[in-house]
Design a protein around this ligand. Structure first.
Ligand SMILES: Nc1ncnc2c1ncn2[C@@H]1O[C@H](COP(=O)(O)OP(=O)(O)OP(=O)(O)O)[C@@H](O)[C@H]1O
Length: 246
């Protein structure tokens, strides 16, 4: 995405943001509440109009692609977790592959539910699930196709710690398997542990885009997140040691 500008309700929500997602990379998008992360992801998914700049998928302006072509090229997990109908989980997950035959879509949906650790819930209605279980069904819907670009807006919000790790490991595996993955996160330690690159967004602008520890430097932690501190090496990767700036 180059030079993206967008406004909502008369306010600038993207202000010249440049973000590239390469194949085989997991890119974590971080920033405070209201920074523009969802807007940026929506622009990539082709569901938010830009006032300026362009979101390209493999060179093509996403807005020029048909819905089916978009569904092939980009899988999108929105932040919104509402599901209108009480369909079984496997049928909800199968909706992620509208261009496959019903049987193929269901086979893939079963595999995607297993991938996110809820194969046992395949036949359960989504209205009869906990919030975290439903969140995993929606993630499975995004994983049903091997889209070259996977967009996940706060995929681990509301999940227990084990499920958070599982979901990020699955997204990591998609990147290792060749996809570009852009995932918005609030947990900076998980972002630093799992991502190849971290993009820091603040007021619709990219203020850092680098390897995790470089992007989340003490200066960025202070200026963007209001935190004093830095990174220490933990047994399983970097750990954020920070407190609110005085
Ligand atoms: N439908 C809307 N109408 C008007 N303003 C909106 C709308 N949706 C979002 N905004 C504004 O756009 C800005 C960016 O919102 P966005 O949802 O992209 O932030 P975010 O970084 O994803 O935040 P969070 O971490 O809270 O999810 C915010 O100032 C928000 O108030």
């Amino acid at each position: 995405m180059w030079d993206a500008y967008a406004s909502l309700g008369g306010r600038k929500v993207l202000d010249g943001a440049d973000v590239q997602v390469e194949y085989c990379q997991l890119v974590a998008l971080v920033g405070p509440n209201g920074a523009g992360k969802s807007c940026l992801i929506k622009a990539f998914a082709g569901v938010l109009d830009l006032d300026g700049g362009v979101a390209r998928l493999n060179g093509d302006d996403v807005r020029t692609l048909s819905s089916r072509e978009r569904a092939r090229r980009v899988a999108y997990l929105p932040q919104e977790r509402r599901i209108a109908w009480n369909l079984p989980a496997v049928e909800v997950a199968a909706l992620g592959a509208p261009f496959l035959s019903g049987a193929d879509a269901l086979t893939r949906a079963h595999a995607a539910l297993a991938e996110v650790g809820i194969a046992h819930l395949a036949g359960r209605g989504v209205a009869e699930m906990s919030g975290g279980e439903r969140a995993r069904v929606l993630l499975a819907r995004a994983l049903v196709v091997d889209a070259p670009l996977l967009l996940a807006d706060e995929p681990i919000a509301g999940l227990d710690p084990d499920a958070q790790r599982l979901v990020l490991e699955r997204l990591r595996a998609r990147a290792d398997g060749g996809a570009g993955v852009l995932v918005s996160l609030h947990d900076l330690t998980l972002a630093a542990t799992m991502a190849d690159r971290v993009v820091v967004l603040d007021q619709g602008r990219v203020v850092a885009d680098a390897a995790p520890i470089q992007a989340l430097s003490p200066a960025v932690l202070r200026e963007v997140f209001g935190l004093d501190g830095g990174w220490i090496e933990g047994p399983n990767g970097p750990l954020l040691a920070a407190r609110r700036a005085q």
